[in-house]
Write a protein that binds this ligand. Structure first.
Ligand SMILES: Nc1ncnc2c1ncn2[C@@H]1O[C@H](COP(=O)(O)OP(=O)(O)OP(=O)(O)O)[C@@H](O)[C@H]1O
Ligand SMILES: [Mg+2]
Length: 338
C-alpha cells in the first residue's frame, strides 16, 4: 500500500493559540480519509499547512514522497484544494472562473478546454456555467469550487468541510461524486464535523480534538476498539459529586457493565458500555435504589460519537457547543444531525 499523504508531529500556533499541538496521520493512496473534529479542533489549520498555504512551526508533511515544506511548489501540483470558505469573484461566470483557475495552474489550452467541459458536465453545471457566480446558490458554488480543485487532475483532493451549508440532496450527490473519484483512483482527504458523513464516506479517519489526534483507523476498527453496546440513560442532574460517584460505582459493579461515562457537559446523561447478556432492569433497579429514576434509555452499537466520547469525555456535539457557547446553535446542530 502506498502512502499518499503523511503528516508527522505537525505543530502550528497563532500568537498564543496552539491551533495544532501535535498532529500525525497518514492517508493511503486511493482511499477516502476523514479528519473529524469539532469547531476549532485544528482541521483547517492542518489542511492549510498540508496545502502549503500556512507554514508549520514544526513537523513533517509528505505528499506522494514530496515534502510540502521543502518543496511546496511541486507538492501543490499533486493537490487539489476545496477550501472551507469560498471566495468567488461574483462578476465572473463559472466557466470564466474555471478558465482563470486553469491559467493559474499553467494548464495548456489544449488540455484545459476539454477538461473544463468535462468537469462542467460531470458536476451538472451545464445550465449554470455561463451565469455570473454571484447568482449561484451555495450548492452550485461548492460544485464549481470542486471543479476548480480538480482541473489539474490532482492525485490528492483535499476538501475542508465541503458539506457545510449544503442541503441533504446536494450532500448525497456530493458523496456519490467523491466515491466516483475514488473509483477513478483519486485519493480524497475530507474534513468534517458531521459524524454521519465520515462514517458513510471514509475508509479510514483520524479524530482531532484541541489540536491533537486522538484516534486513527477505519470506522469499524475505532468502534471495535471501544467494544460493546452503548446504553444511554437520561436521569435528573446530580445534586453532588458524591451522588455521581455513588451512581457510577454501583453501575460499574454490575457484571455486564464495563464502563460508565458521565457526560460532563450534560449532567443528566450516563453512557454505559455493556457486554452481551446485559440486563436493563438491573440497571434500573440500581439507579432507583439511589433515588435516580430513569427518564429515557436507549441501546445502540457504538457510533463514532461514542469513539469521541470515550477519548474525550464529551460528545462531538457538546464539544461544538462549548466552542460556540451558544444555546441557539444547539438546536440548529441537533437539527442538522438528524
Ligand atoms: N489565522 C488565525 N489567527 C489566529 N487564530 C487562528 C487562526 N486560524 C485559526 N486560529 C485558531 O486556531 C484554532 C483552530 O482553528 P481551525 O480553523 O484550524 O479549526 P477547525 O477545526 O477548522 O474549526 P471549524 O470546524 O470551525 O472550521 C482555533 O482556536 C482558531 O480560533
Ligand atoms: Mg475549519
Amino acid at each position: 500500500m502506498t502512502v499518499a499523504v503523511s503528516i508527522k508531529n505537525l505543530q502550528k500556533r497563532y500568537g498564543n493559540t496552539e491551533a495544532v499541538k501535535n498532529v500525525s496521520f497518514s492517508v493511503n493512496s486511493g482511499e477516502i480519509f476523514g479528519l473529524l473534529g469539532p469547531n476549532g479542533a485544528g482541521k483547517t489549520t492542518t489542511i492549510r499547512c498540508l496545502t502549503t498555504l500556512a507554514k508549520p512551526d514544526a513537523g513533517e508533511i509528505m505528499i506522494s514522497g514530496i515534502s510540502a515544506i521543502a518543496n511546496p511548489r511541486l507538492a501543490r501540483q499533486k493537490i487539489g484544494y476545496v477550501a472551507q470558505e469560498v471566495a468567488l469573484d461574483k462578476m465572473l461566470t463559472g466557466r470564466e472562473m474555471l478558465q482563470l483557475q486553469a491559467d493559474l495552474y499553467h494548464l495548456k489550452p489544449k488540455f484545459a478546454q476539454p477538461r473544463i467541459e468535462q468537469l462542467i458536465n460531470a458536476l451538472g453545471l451545464q445550465e449554470y456555467a455561463d451565469n455570473k457566480t454571484g447568482t449561484y446558490s451555495g450548492g452550485i458554488r461548492k460544485r464549481l469550487d470542486l471543479a476548480a480543485g480538480l482541473l489539474h487532475q490532482p492525485e490528492v483532493l483535499v476538501l475542508d468541510e465541503p458539506s457545510v451549508g449544503l442541503d441533504i440532496e446536494s450532500r448525497f450527490i456530493f458523496w456519490d461524486f467523491l466515491r466516483e473519484l475514488k473509483k477513478a483512483g483519486t485519493t480524497v482527504l475530507i474534513t468534517s464535523h458531521y459524524l454521519e458523513e465520515i462514517d458513510a464516506l471514509a475508509d479510514r479517519l483520524a479524530i482531532i480534538d484541541q489540536g491533537i489526534i486522538i484516534s486513527e483507523g477505519s470506522p469499524n476498527e475505532l468502534k471495535d476498539k471501544i467494544g460493546g453496546d452503548r446504553i444511554t440513560l437520561r436521569i435528573r442532574e446530580f445534586t453532588s459529586e458524591n451522588e455521581a460517584n455513588n451512581a457510577k460505582n454501583l453501575l460499574v459493579s454490575l457484571p455486564f457493565v464495563t464502563e460508565v461515562i458521565i457526560n460532563k457537559a450534560q449532567g443528566n446523561s450516563l453512557n454505559l458500555v455493556v457486554t452481551q447478556g446485559n440486563n436493563l432492569s438491573k440497571i434500573e433497579t440500581s439507579l432507583t435504589s439511589l433515588n435516580l429514576p430513569i427518564f429515557s434509555m436507549s441501546q445502540s452499537r457504538p457510533s463514532l460519537d461514542d469513539v469521541y466520547l470515550a477519548a474525550t469525555g464529551r460528545t462531538l456535539i457538546d464539544a461544538e457547543l462549548a466552542a460556540a457557547g451558544s444555546r441557539d446553535l444547539k438546536a440548529e446542530k441537533k437539527q442538522q444531525m438528524k
